[in-house]
Structure formats: C-alpha cells, structure tokens
Write a protein that binds this ligand. Structure first.
Ligand SMILES: [Zn+2]
Length: 98
C-alpha cells in the first residue's frame, strides 16, 4: 500500500468501516510511514474535537426536554392510530350507534 492508497482509506479506517484485512494494511502503513501517521493522528484528534463539541452544545437538559416532547408526540399518535381501527371494528358500534 502506498501513501495515496492509505490516505484514501484513512477516513474509513478512522470510522471503522474497513474490512479487517484492509484495516491491517492501513495500520501497517501508518506504522511504517510517519507522514501518514501524522495525518491519521490529526484526523483522529479532529474527530474527537468535533464529537466533544457536539456533545457540549446539546446540553442534557435540552436533550431531556426534546426526548420528553418526542415521547409525548408518539403517545398521542399511537393513541390515535390504535383507537380508530379498534372503534371501527368494535362489535359494540352496531348495537350502540352513539
Ligand atoms: Zn504514507
């Protein structure tokens, strides 16, 4: 594997999307090539920073509110979709028109 090939696969390598054999090839190259190793480390750190920043911006309180809101919406939707066919199919409807 040359540097070009290694760098092409670098992002997949960092995302863990490579086949085990490809992963080994990239890892082997990074082990032997300081230039690519530096690049890989840089990308790895960048990914970490972006990840941490995303986590920071979404505060737990805000996230909790959002989740509660979503659960509430799901409850309302599932009640609607469940009660309609049940009412329609209910044998009591024919005997009790109200
Ligand atoms: Zn290289």
């Amino acid at each position: 594997m040359d540097c070009r090939e290694a760098l092409l696969k670098l992002y997949h390598y960092l995302d863990g999307e490579l086949d085990p054999s490809e992963y080994m090839d990239v890892e082997q190259h990074l082990h032997n090539c300081k230039g690519c190793f530096g690049k890989a480390e840089f990308e790895r750190i960048m990914k970490e920073v972006v990840k941490k920043r995303c986590q920071k911006e979404r505060s737990p309180e805000h996230l909790k509110d959002r989740i509660m809101e979503l659960i509430h919406q799901i409850d309302i939707n599932s009640e609607k979709s469940q009660s309609r066919p049940a009412d329609k199919d209910s044998p009591f409807n024919t005997f009790n028109p109200s």
